[in-house]
Design a protein around this ligand. Structure first.
Ligand SMILES: Cc1cc2nc3c(=O)[nH]c(=O)nc-3n(C[C@H](O)[C@H](O)[C@H](O)COP(=O)(O)OP(=O)(O)OC[C@H]3O[C@@H](n4cnc5c(N)ncnc54)[C@H](O)[C@@H]3O)c2cc1C
Length: 386
């Protein structure tokens, strides 16, 4: 049987970052991916993802600070340009679920240079938006865009250059740690024994863990993002138009132009539940209509919808990450991004590599434990699977 020190299952953003970090440290590591590298059936494809510090909880703001340092390191070491600063607005309606004060408080608590814009200030700085009077806008100048496809390809390339074995089109059908001495993976290319296995399998995680008697209450949704074609793309270029998030009863988000004269926007959390092996890839017409109406009212110059691309969200019940060993399975680590992790990609890689090699991390991972009640309490688990 083949043996490696660490095997990483799943080569989306998080698994690619973990494989890269391990290879860079000289660890004998293999990364296994069921599809081709760069495929579009998971969560990590397409061009742009938002990077931001603007979270309503200080733990995430601190982790985002660490992520900015990790992105800088990744760009320096690889020579790839991955981040584009744009500034970012978080819109908080007065009756919305998250008050603007939560964002302002958590950002200021860690020394972020953040501004509160009223309607007049917003109209002066970012005239493309039309928002009702009771909406407060929180401006974080450090927000921006990361190129998703380029990041994943960069991580995979540099993992390979540093000595990792990458196995595309090599599904892992079973995980067995019953011998108590590492983990045996059943793969399409035969069994592989690893001292430690890191699962970065996102939506597919419950299918791999169920035979071990481990339930992870994840909800998987088919999401969609739509590209709009403004008449005047220059008004929506980075510098003129920031990334933005609307924290109302429904959450929407969007981007400036990026690589083409279009602007991307989406609703966050579609509630279109799916199975990762039975997705339609067909955009949901009502979600598209809802987004069109929102954009026409809030970004009136956004223009017609050109095309819609689907993607996949995997949510934990509390939307917090999982970065931990699987309870009762010390040689099996799990990294789950809860559908907002791209901005933390290099940090997931660093932390999971730390856990795989030393068992500890410098980061505070207490929010992300695999044995927290949101994941283990039966009632919550049942709600998550509904
Ligand atoms: C539309 C959309 C917009 C988003 N916007 C943002 C944003 O603006 N900012 C942000 O920070 N985050 C954002 N996210 C979330 C972020 O993209 C995800 O959290 C992140 O990409 C998850 O990466 P992953 O590697 O865990 O998952 P995936 O990319 O899904 O990778 C999991 C991989 O595991 C492989 N796999 C699974 N099971 C097996 C098996 N048995 N054997 C072998 N391989 C297996 C799969 O094929 C897949 O390649 C967005 C996500 C979507 C879908």
């Amino acid at each position: 049987m083949e043996h490696v020190d660490v095997a990483v299952v799943g080569l989306g953003a998080l698994g690619s970052a973990t494989t890269y970090q391990l290879a860079r440290r000289g660890v004998d590591v293999m990364g296994l991916e069921q599809f081709e590298l760069g495929h579009v059936r998971g969560a990590s494809h397409d061009t742009s993802r938002i990077v931001r510090r603007a979270y309503e909880r200080p733990e995430y703001v601190r982790l985002a600070d660490a992520a900015y340092r990790d992105w800088a390191d990744l760009q320096t070491v690889t020579g790839e340009h991955l981040l584009t600063p744009t500034g970012g607005l978080t819109f908080c309606p007065a009756d919305g679920p998250v008050p603007a004060s939560d964002y302002l408080g958590s950002l200021r608590a860690v020394g972020c240079d953040v501004e509160e814009l009223d309607q007049a200030a917003l109209a002066r700085r970012f005239p493309a938006f039309r928002v009702p009077e009771d909406v407060t806008a929180v401006y974080d100048p450090s927000s921006g865009i990361v190129h998703a496809n380029r990041t994943v390809a960069t991580l995979q390339l540099h993992a390979r250059v540093a000595g990792a074995q990458l196995r595309p089109r090599c599904p892992v059908s079973a995980v067995d740690d019953s011998a108590g001495d590492g983990v045996v993976l059943s793969t399409a290319a035969g069994p592989v024994h690893a001292s430690t296995v890191v699962l970065c399998t996102d939506a597919w995680t419950p299918k791999l863990l169920a035979p071990l008697g481990v339930t992870v209450p994840l909800r998987v949704m088919q999401e969609q993002v739509t590209y709009f074609a403004p008449d005047s793309p220059a008004d929506f270029a980075p510098g003129e138009f920031p990334i933005w998030i609307w924290q109302g009863d429904f959450c929407f988000y969007g981007f400036p132009t990026y690589g083409e004269p279009t602007i991307k926007a989406a609703r966050d959390v579609s509630e279109v539940l799916t199975d990762p092996d039975a997705r339609t890839f067909v955009p949901h017409p009502e979600r598209l209509e809802q987004l069109r109406a929102f954009m026409a009212a809030t970004v009136p110059g956004s223009g017609p919808a050109l095309r819609t691309v689907t993607c996949q969200y995997t949510l934990t019940p509390d939307r917090d990450f999982v970065i931990d060993a699987v309870p009762g399975h010390p040689d099996l680590l799990l990294g789950l991004g809860a559908a907002h992790a791209f901005k933390f990609t290099p940090t997931f890689g660093r932390v999971l590599a730390d856990l795989a090699t030393t068992g500890v991390s410098d980061e505070d991972l207490s929010l992300f434990r695999a044995d927290r009640p949101a994941l283990t309490a039966p009632a919550l688990a049942a709600a998550g699977q509904a």
